[in-house]
Write a protein that binds this ligand. Structure first.
Ligand code: BES
Ligand code: MN
Ligand code: ZN
Length: 469
């Protein structure tokens, strides 16, 4: 789709580099170095016309970030990419510092690559975006850069899927995207139709999706990186292609952006593309629980009781708490098939925005070591999570009088945690973790790492997590 292939690797500086992106400290003509220092007083990126002092026609000079935390480096290169777009540059060369550690390839590629992304499927005149050649200092650096391209592909796929309006990104289109990922990575794919899901007993997924003319389905991708082992690490993603709220209808302002409610599934699919591209040596499965939460005469009603795949009965206290229902079946299926870990990603609660805003992604886990590994993976990936508690009292919130569970907690109390402990039930004691990406998966304004819209958050973190297993 859009935005790919803007970055390539080069071994040397071309005679005509177009715009040149460099870190301060590389040898630059004196007047340019002086001008860069002057601009650094108000910005971390200096933009300087070369005026014949250099073969490049424009110089973009980066102030080296304090420390070498992946996140700071990512942002620095993102800011550079943003300047290139703002200046209307179409061809640029970025010189990677001679002494750059191979570890820096990922922040550089993910910073620059995300900044250069635009979603222009419906635009008449696509913007003239830059193509950037990266001058690599070493074969080891190039190797890491190629790995970073795989992660970038995953992030950009997630962005494209989430940015696409629900009209053009229904269950069938999401399935087509999953088939593309399976084809390009060599993974196996199974698509369980609505009829099949019903027969198997996935009463939660099929109940949520039944009021839509676009049928729900469960999509499963399999990566066999250790063919001789049977267990696997499972990802589960909430794939609500549009969330009207159901009979508990959302007000207009709350419904407007609900095309993004398949963000969890898109994140899991982006991670599949990245991990498949990296050919990681682990067994992985990716479960996408796909449905449209629509309104019709056959819609589920508040007060109904449904039965999930594992036999758990669920009282539907609110039809707008549908994400945890479809994920219940996805997590239960992963457990039934033999997952040794389950990690789900979902645009699950509005309360996540109240708790942490868009800065940190709320994370929950039923094991301390799993949570710690996820935190470390986020650090390496330049992303941020924050663990929420799971005291037993929170679990009482989702107990029902008529069924085993109910799908909402206690009014406005700890809404993100209530949703999390609901999901935990279906992991049946297996190591489980959950990311509520509802705020961070969408940016409400342009920034250094891309335009307003889908962010692809957590694709790098999920990838780093598996790479470090
Ligand atoms: N998809 C929404 C959560 C959401 C809200 C994501 C805003 C992104 C932005 C989810 O299905 C939902 O509606 N949750 C309800 C749960 C409530 C009824 C317990 C919510 O958060 O209001
Ligand atoms: Mn909802
Ligand atoms: Zn939803």
């Amino acid at each position: 789709m859009m935005g790919r292939g803007r970055l390539t690797l080069r071994r040397s500086l071309p005679a005509r580099p177009g715009a040149l992106v460099v870190m301060e400290g590389s040898d630059l003509p004196d007047p340019i170095a002086r001008e860069a220092r002057r601009q650094f007083e108000r910005s971390s990126v200096a933009v300087i016309p070369s005026l014949g002092l250099h073969p490049a026609n424009l110089l973009v000079v980066l102030k080296p970030p304090a420390g070498d935390a992946p996140e700071a480096l990512t942002r620095a290169w993102g800011a550079a990419g943003r300047k290139l777009v703002a200046e209307g540059v179409t061809r640029a060369t970025a010189v990677v510092p001679e002494n750059a550690a191979p570890d820096n390839a990922r922040p550089l590629v993910l910073g620059l690559g995300r900044a250069l992304y635009r979603f222009e499927r419906y635009q008449e005149n696509p913007s003239p975006l830059p193509k950037v050649g990266l001058v690599s200092p070493s074969p080891a650096w190039s190797r890491q850069a190629r790995a970073a391209f795989a992660v970038l592909e995953g992030v950009l796929l997630t962005r494209d899927l989430v940015n696409t309006p629900a009209e053009d990104m229904g269950p069938a289109e999401l399935e087509a995207a999953a088939r593309d990922v399976a084809r390009s990575t060599g993974m196996k794919i199974r698509v369980l139709s609505a009829a099949r899901c019903r027969k198997m007993g996935m009463g939660a997924l099929t109940a949520v999706g039944r009021a839509s003319t676009r049928e729900p389905r469960m999509i499963v991708l399999e990566h066999r990186g250790r063919p001789r082992e049977r267990g696997f690490f499972a990802f589960a993603g909430k794939g609500i292609v549009f969330d009207t709220g159901g009979l508990d209808l959302k007000p207009p302002a709350g419904m407007l952006l609900m095309k993004k409610d398949m963000g969890g599934a898109a994140t899991v699919l982006g991670a599949a593309l990245a991990l498949g591209g990296l050919k990681v040596r682990h067994n992985l499965r990716f479960y996408l629980a796909v449905a449209e939460n629509a309104v019709a005469g056959n819609a589920i009603r508040p007060g109904d009781v449904i039965t999930a795949l594992d036999g758990t009965t669920i009282e539907i206290a609110n039809t707008d708490a549908e994400g945890r229902l479809v994920l219940a079946d996805a997590i239960a299926l992963a457990v039934r098939e033999g997952a040794h870990h389950v990690l789900d990603a979902a645009t699950l609660t509005g309360a996540a925005m109240i708790a942490l805003g868009r800065i940190r992604v709320p994370m929950m886990a039923n094991r301390d070591d799993f949570a710690a590994r996820l935190e470390a993976a986020a650090d390496r990936a330049g992303e941020r999570v924050w663990r929420l508690p799971m005291d037993p009292e929170y679990r009482d919130q989702v107990r029902s009088k008529i069924a085993v569970l109910k799908n909402v907690g206690k009014g406005r109390e700890a809404g993100t945690i209530a949703a999390g402990v609901f999901l935990e039930h279906f992991a049946a004691g297996r190591p489980w973790a959950h990311l509520d990406i509802s705020p961070a998966s969408w940016s409400d304004s342009a920034g250094d790492l891309g335009p307003e819209g889908a962010t692809g958050t957590m694709v790098p973190t999920l990838t780093s997590l598996i790479e470090a297993l």
